[in-house]
Design a protein around this ligand. Structure first.
Ligand code: FAD
Ligand code: UDP
Length: 381
């Protein structure tokens, strides 16, 4: 069959590879002039530091098949994400752990003491937290919420934490020990030569042709037996029902020599500091030596029509519009919507790969025995 992948990110690359290995002819288009989508990495021309061009990407998963998959194409070296935050004139460790709590309150509590202490200051009147703020007040109380979450979240999302769902904060743990690993997944690492190198290897198959700098429009689908679309869901329909809300990021790049901040990611919790975090890229490759250094100051704002969509907002208005787009999509034949933009969800890389593998298998099954091929492998609502 003659298949089209829209987008040369992880979604397009993983599905494309599976289809090519099954003997199909695969064309991949990307509007950008590089592969790997938002995971794209490239070396800085002046310092040779590997840059995470669209923001910091750390690979972490419990999914053994996905871990085997990425290791098939790239060597992953050990990497633990240890994030710091500057707040109210001090540097603290994240996620909130025993060190953070003891430092913040000037105490020397052991785990059970800290647990009892936090339980005491937490707002127990909130039984079933619905909003981000309620979730924070219930779990860590007002002081830690103000210092670490309130200002950062207002900068990141542009709205009060009282308007955001509790689910955003549920992604972050609170630990009553000194474990400062941001993630708890079994497999964690960083690709030795960057994510773009990994995607290049995934795409390196004689059945795959990649066209960069090529924007897909719906009429192009007619020339193919099936389209896997990892662009924006609303963009597929020319934004006819309006634009789904996203936050975009601006990265202010600055370079120097030596070590600027001593860690890869430093968050800024105070609302008066206009950026959310600074990323110093060479710390993502601790096995490399560089005299020079490159940092990005990261600013978040509402996404306009010409900006890169990063974080789906998914508040009430968006959910309603999303429902209408999903109805439209379900009426389309010969197309499957995939990935973080095609399904309007925040997806980590491992989940993106898992869903791409599942989507590819479902399609091969559909070809083999006529099993219905869903328009979304996982419905976005
Ligand atoms: P994308 O990477 O967005 O690829 C889609 C591609 O489609 C793009 O290249 C785009 O140019 C192309 N495209 C869109 N429309 C068209 C069109 N009409 N025609 C042609 N091409 C088109 N995940 C982690 O696991 N760990 C992390 O630490 C992590 N950090 C992140 C940090 C940030 C700031 C963000 C925003 C995300 C982070 N992620 C992280 C998530 C990760 O970026 C995604 O999982 C991954 O990019 C999803 O891949 P994708 O192929 O679905 O989408
Ligand atoms: N967050 C915060 N302060 C921090 C880090 C995170 O308030 O120092 C909040 C913020 O609202 C963010 C959410 O917690 O969107 C999830 O954090 P995560 O680190 O998962 O953010 P992401 O990887 O999505 O940027």
């Amino acid at each position: 069959m003659n298949l089209l992948m829209v987008g040369a990110g992880l979604s397009g690359a993983v599905i494309g590879r599976m289809m090519a290995e099954a003997g199909h002819r695969v064309t991949i288009l990307d509007a950008r002039d590089h592969i790997a989508g938002n995971c794209h990495t490239e070396r800085d021309a002046d310092t040779n530091v590997m840059l995470h061009v669209y923001g910091p990407h750390i690979f972490h998963t419990d999914d053994a098949e996905v871990w085997d998959y990425v290791n098939r194409f790239e060597t992953f070296l050990p990497y633990k994400n240890r994030v710091k935050t500057t707040s109210q004139g001090q540097v603290f460790s994240l996620p909130i752990n025993l060190h953070t709590i003891n430092q913040f309150y000037g105490k020397t509590m052991r785990p059970d003491e800290a647990r009892a202490f936090i339980e005491e200051i937490a707002d127990k009147s909130i039984e079933d937290p619905q909003t981000f703020e309620e979730q924070a007040l219930r779990f860590v109380g007002p002081d830690l919420y103000e210092a670490f979450f309130k200002g950062y979240t207002m900068k990141q999302w542009g709205v009060s934490p009282t308007e955001l769902p509790a689910s955003i904060l549920k992604r972050l743990p609170v630990r009553f020990n000194y474990d400062d690993n941001y993630f708890f997944h079994r497999f964690q690492g960083m690709p030795e030569n960057g994510y773009t190198d990994m995607v290049e290897r995934i795409l390196d198959h004689p059945g795959i042709t990649v066209h960069l700098g090529t924007r897909f429009t719906r009429d192009m689908g007619k020339n193919y037996d099936h389209v896997f679309y990892s662009g924006p869901l609303d963009g597929y329909f020319d934004y006819e029902l309006g634009r789904l809300g996203y936050r975009t990021l601006d990265f202010e790049k600055f370079s120097g020599t030596g070590d600027y901040q001593g860690c890869a990611v430093m968050n800024y919790g105070d609302v008066e500091v206009p950026y959310t975090r600074i990323t110093e890229h060479k710390h993502f490759s601790p096995w490399e030596e560089h005299d020079g250094t490159v940092c990005y100051r990261e600013y978040s704002r509402a996404c306009g029509p010409d900006d890169v969509p990063y974080y789906p907002i998914r508040l009430m208005d968006e959910k309603e519009m999303l429902g209408h787009y999903v109805t439209r999509a379900e009426a389309e034949a010969g197309v499957t919507f995939v990935g973080r933009l095609g399904t309007y969800r925040y997806l980590d890389m491992d989940v993106t790969i898992r869903e791409a593998l599942d989507t590819g298998r479902a399609f091969l099954q559909h070809l083999a025995d006529g099993t219905r091929m869903p328009v979304f492998t996982k419905p976005p609502v």
